[in-house]
Design a protein around this ligand. Structure first.
Ligand SMILES: Cc1ncc(C[n+]2csc(CCOP(=O)(O)OP(=O)(O)O)c2C)c(N)n1
Length: 333
């Protein structure tokens, strides 16, 4: 392992996973304190997927995610301050506070959501990739979605068109075994999602989604294949969420022992063990890193707290109406 382990990159991965973990732990606290409202879906346990996969993307690639997307947003490069302000609903948020937890959007990093609709991001990703193909741009669109989305019509239509037109989409399926309270075997006739993807005629692989180094490696190979004109690629990442589906979930559908078992393969602890064995990170260095990350998150909370609410007069900004059309001089057709 040591021979193939790039120390700088591996430490970066550790930092990214810690940033996601600490950000979300703080969000859970702030939700209970009433600072964050609406729905809140935590990604804790799944950090290796976003942190690893995002390394395979270039700045002008696009990312599409689900409602469990704080980790993707952070790993994609949206600053923690802008993301936390978004969580608070403040206008300093990356989506002016209009998206909130489930609809994070950021044009600067080509982050196209955040989508509350299960499977809703898939056709968006295919559309983005179609535009790139038309314009001859060598870009990749990475599309994250859960196992639950593979039962949706949008999944089948998107897979079909992406394969048929050989579009540059990297499908990243986060198989955490559950769709809310429904275990995969109760909802899917084909539970082998990699096999399912292959039926569309696209290459598909499965990777241990708790092992960030494995995810990074697999995602790089997949993204390179897509960028090289190979058409879409499906990567299934087997993972697990340690927390409830959302803040309103009593978790009666799964065994506590199962959760504890998966926690033994906590992606952050797994990488730390590897880095300690390779003498890349020791306890003091890990504590220092954690301290830096905690300070970054504390600054983000301060920034969000000091932020402002959008004035009521701005309520119709970005809303398409005949009045706005007139005011901005759009041509009526
Ligand atoms: C079209 C649609 N149907 C149902 C729901 C309700 N719903 C919200 S989350 C969810 C489960 C999704 O599971 P999965 O895609 O595996 O993602 P995970 O939550 O496991 O990350 C469902 C059914 C929804 N938001 N959209």
């Amino acid at each position: 392992m040591t021979g193939t382990l790039d120390a700088v990159r591996a430490q970066h991965l550790l930092r990214e996973m810690l940033r996601i973990r600490r950000f979300e732990e703080k969000c859970a606290e702030l939700y209970s304190a009433g600072k964050i409202r609406g729905f809140l879906h935590l990604y804790i346990g799944e950090e290796a997927v976003a942190a690893g996969a995002m390394q395979a993307l270039a700045a002008d690639d696009a990312v599409v995610a689900t409602y469990r997307e704080h980790g993707h947003a952070l790993a994609r490069g949206i600053p923690a301050e802008a993301l936390m302000a978004e969580m608070f609903g403040k206008q300093e948020g990356c989506s002016r506070g209009r998206g909130g937890s489930m609809h994070v959007f950021d044009a600067a990093t080509r982050f196209y959501g955040g989508n509350a609709i299960v499977g809703g991001g898939l056709p968006i990703a295919v559309g983005l990739a179609l535009a790139d193909a038309y314009l001859g741009r060598q870009r990749v669109t990475a599309c994250f979605f859960g196992d639950g989305a593979t039962a949706e019509g949008e999944f089948h239509e998107s897979m079909n068109l992406a394969a048929l037109w050989r579009l540059p989409v990297l499908f990243l399926c986060e198989n955490n075994l559950y769709a809310m309270g429904t275990r995969i075997e109760r909802a899917l006739s084909q539970t082998d999602l990699t096999a399912k993807a292959r039926t569309y005629g696209m290459p598909a692989e499965c990777v241990d989604g708790m092992d960030v180094l494995a995810v990074e490696r697999a995602a790089r190979q997949a993204a390179d294949a897509v960028r090289g004109g190979g058409g879409p690629f499906f990567l299934e990442c087997r993972t697990y969420r340690f927390r409830a589906h959302s803040m309103f979930d009593a978790e009666l559908y799964r065994d506590k022992a199962e959760v504890e078992d998966w926690k033994k393969r906590d992606p952050i602890a797994l990488l730390r063990t590897t880095l300690e064995a390779a003498a890349i990170v020791d306890e003091a260095a890990a504590a220092r890193l954690d301290g830096e990350v905690q300070r970054e998150i504390a600054r983000a909370v301060e920034f969000a707290d000091a932020g402002s609410w959008e004035p009521v007069e701005q309520l119709t900004r970005d809303v398409y109406t005949p009045a706005a059309e007139k005011a901005h001089g759009f041509a009526a057709s």
